[in-house]
Design a binder for this molecule. Sequence first.
Ligand SMILES: [Zn+2]
Length: 507
Amino acid sequence: MGFGDKLRFELKAECTFSGMLECALPDIGAAIAQANKTLLRKGAPRGKEAETARVKNWRVAGKKLELSIESGRYVRAHDALLRLAKLLAAELGEKHKVGLRGMSAPECRVILPPAEVSEQAKLELGRLPYKVKAGRAGIEVSMENLSEADLRGRVVDRLISMVEEALARVPAKAEPKVVRRGPKLDHLFKEDPFEVAKRLGWVVEFPGRGQWVYAEPYAKLLLALEDIIAEEVARPLGFEEVMFPKLIPLEVMQRMPGYLDGVPEGMYYVCPPPREPEAFSGFKQKLKLTKRVPIRELGNILKEPAYVLAPAQCEPFYQLFALSRVKLEDLPVKQFDRSGWTYRWEGGGVEGLVRTQEFRRIEFVFLAAPDDAIAIRDAVVERSIKVLDELGLEWQLSVATPFYMREGGIEADVSDSRKVATYDLEAALPYKGGWLELGSYNVHRSKFAETFKIKEVRGREVWTGCCGFGTGRWAVAFLAQHGFDPEKWPGGVKGRVGQLPKPPKLG
Ligand SMILES: [Zn+2]
């Protein structure tokens, strides 16, 4: 808990039964009085009994029992309601043959201790779907019309954790810290490779924004760089090549920290159609008649979104071990995937060949004991740097905020790689004097193992990590520093691409 931990819950709830409750009044009264003394106090830590729940008021109206319950942090009012409802359902069922039909909470107020609300927390709290207000008595969170599913699904607890986290958050120090630099190099080529590639026909525009056709010479260079990464980084370090799906069911995506709960605006959602030709008959007619795609009709026919197009590329790896038990002695597992595109919805943020909606990446993934996970990640970083040196590219290594912790700060002590969650490797862009991120090298600690429920047979900690090589960007950096004349390219690449095919002449 980030700060003083006094909490107050005030809940107005209704339980609806299958029959009239008037005749059961004495039994209800007795059950509530007894519960106030025992059932609603059970389970609190010693000395915290005052912070348990109490039914303050109750009344019966027809088939409804209305309750107002107050509590502190232990046995929270909504938990007390669930306990009480279960008790009453049993008692009234037996004695009066009425069953519990449902419950809801028209009002729930939670008061947290007074706290300083930073600008960042203000923004975050403003985005929550419930009212949060800072007053003299404390931070007040009000929820209305909570359903039984909300109450049973722990929505209140989660909301309070989110508010507490937002309040405790220290403003982010987002600037990456450079920790190492490669040799400074002279670059004769000074043009923007994106402009040159378009002019030479190495890339061709596609109607989809932020998508390109990578024509022959460009594809050959990109694949050569991918081969080098596979041969010089993956294989010597014992990573095996696998092929991961790129269509990720929402329930898998939900387990990825920092995606659906962090950047839901940055993904493509996939809506499958009903598999019935009939459903499309109106759509087909209209298309034939108007010669335009009837978008609204299409939207009406499609089912709800069920997938995203893989934004991370490593999602299937953790899913492989989800809900299973691994044995530390059988680890590490090291795999890499270069089977196709991954996707991010960049909206207006697309930029040339460096920020595209659809991009190439080689994703390294590993599951290992904590020390091994760090060692594996660090070895991938070292090998990557060696490859950049061999490619004659100017690079720098920095410590960054990991993608699943966007709001967090950077560890103050970056000299010890065990404390670094994410390294970014960047290459110089001579045409504009800045740096381009080529990849990120992550150790997630137990974060993903927890969300994917990956268990170790003896309960020992297992960590995961992933390293993404943005190979499209490797090609951009290569062209930005070496130019487009293969004669001037370093031997390793020149040898691999051989004679470059000419792109087709497009007029
Ligand atoms: Zn990843």
